[in-house]
Design a protein around this ligand. Structure first.
Ligand code: DGL
Length: 283
């Protein structure tokens, strides 16, 4: 049981930003990563439909013998976390509460912005979670649906060696067409005087340089990946379920997409580490 892998899933590549942090904080843990590329994006779908995907993928991961499931997608967390916790007999970690707590902790002027997919914003899950951490915070949220497509496009357009796209210095997304869209989405939030902005989609840490360029470097950009990895660590320690320190991890990657080679190449860029093998899965 202690050597069993941690299951992580997302609609595509975005959850790899979370997988990367889990690998950094828990280097001895094996990971089974599942990207539902065929049905990406989840953002424009109804919460009921995405909840169905969460139950289906969660069952698949549990059947692979994972000891914990991370829903590394905000849309899927908003749609299916509570249901998944009732159904699965392994712990299930979502990405919304950890990000909301981090934002409540980071803000100094009690004005927090949230950007996410349409489904996540409409679920109101972030506003609820942030205000349950601190009811004095005013939350300004806006859906930024095209950021998912931009994040995926940028990774496809990037060339050369794997670089850190989540760095504020990355130039990959600094292109006029992307900047125009970012300006349109973020300028109203900037004018609200926020000092903290939650990147409420696991694709968005890739766009930090683009987003930071519009909202200003004094606005703290919060993503939940590190907090999620800490929560995973805390749960495993509490249950005595961490892999032994000398365990050599074995990571496995699966996609519902048909182009496994594309997933391998672009996924390596998001993970910032080479992915050697990806298998296709049909659910
Ligand atoms: N990565 C997903 C999230 O965190 C969004 C991508 C999608 O729309 O599928 O919400």
């Amino acid at each position: 049981m202690r050597e069993a892998p941690v299951g992580i899933f997302d609609s595509g590549f975005g959850g790899l930003t979370v997988a990367r942090k889990v690998m950094q904080i828990l280097p001895q843990e094996s990971i089974v990563y599942f990207g539902d590329t065929l049905r990406c994006p989840y953002g424009p779908r109804s919460l009921e439909e995405v909840d169905g995907f969460v139950q289906q993928i969660g069952s698949w991961l549990v059947a692979q013998g994972v000891k914990l499931v991370v829903i590394a997608c905000n849309t899927a967390t908003a749609a299916g976390l509570a249901h998944a916790r009732q159904v699965f007999d392994v712990p299930v970690v979502g990405v919304i509460e950890p990000g909301a707590h981090a934002a409540a902790h980071a803000t100094r002027n009690q004005r927090v912005g949230v950007i996410a997919t349409k489904a996540t914003i409409e679920s109101n899950a972030y506003t609820r979670a942030i205000r349950s951490s601190d009811s004095g915070i005013t939350v300004f949220s806006t859906a930024t649906p095209r950021f998912v497509e931009i994040a995926e496009q940028g990774v496809r357009m990037a060339e050369g060696p794997i670089e850190n796209y989540t760095s504020l210095a990355s130039k990959v997304y600094i292109r006029p067409a992307f900047q125009e869209i970012a300006q349109e989405y973020l300028e109203p939030l900037r004018r609200c005087g926020i000092d903290t902005l939650v990147l409420g989609c696991t694709h968005f840490p890739l766009l930090k340089a683009l987003i930071g360029g519009v909202v200003g470097r004094n606005v703290v950009l919060v993503s939940s990946a590190t907090e999620v990895a800490r929560e995973v660590c805390g749960i495993l320690v509490e249950r005595g379920a961490t892999a032994p320190a000398d365990h050599v991890p074995e990571h496995r990657f699966f996609t519902t997409g048909t182009d496994v080679d594309e997933f391998r190449r672009f996924g390596s860029r998001v993970l910032q580490a080479p992915i050697t093998e990806v298998s296709h899965v049909e659910l």
